[in-house]
Write a protein that binds this ligand. Structure first.
Ligand code: THU
Length: 136
């Protein structure tokens, strides 16, 4: 599966966005190590804090299907500029897809790509059950 294909799937997923409040439709597509792909779109709520971003819907959908590791996360919106993941999604990507390549696309499907680690340097991480932070 080539990267352009993942971006096209993200653009397609954007069509299912539920974004009546912001009007900003986002689509995402993650590719697991298994080779399978999972898509997501942003889903808003009248109680704004219940809104979920497209990337998280895609990553959580893949996790719920049993996937454990990922190679790519593609993101697209209606913007003429590439769409980058928000801070919360960067944190989620670092938890589940730290070795993934993040493809940030514009509405034409043109994209720039970054290693996830580069998008969230000095990520907040700690060793479970300890008082220790993990720094790379
Ligand atoms: N949004 C995403 O889906 N992904 C991001 O990384 C940034 C923001 C959504 C959330 C909300 O529905 C709309 O874009 C405007 O913030």
């Amino acid at each position: 599966m080539d990267e352009k294909n993942l971006v096209d799937k993200a653009l397609q997923a954007r069509e299912n966005a539920y974004a009546p409040y912001s009007g900003f439709r986002v689509g995402a597509c993650v590719r697991a190590e298994s080779g399978k792909t999972y898509t997501g779109c942003n889903i808003e709520n009248t109680a704004f804090s219940a809104t979920c971003c497209a990337e998280r819907v895609a990553v959580y959908s893949a996790l719920a299907a049993g996937e454990k590791s990922f190679t790519h996360v593609a993101i697209a919106s209606d913007s003429a500029e590439p769409t980058f993941p928000c801070g919360t999604c960067r944190q989620v990507i670092m938890e589940f897809a730290p070795d993934a390549c993040v493809l940030c696309a514009n509405r034409e499907g043109e994209f720039v790509s970054y290693p996830a680690k580069q998008l969230l340097p000095h990520t907040f991480m700690y060793k479970a059950g300890t008082k220790e932070n993990i720094h790379e």
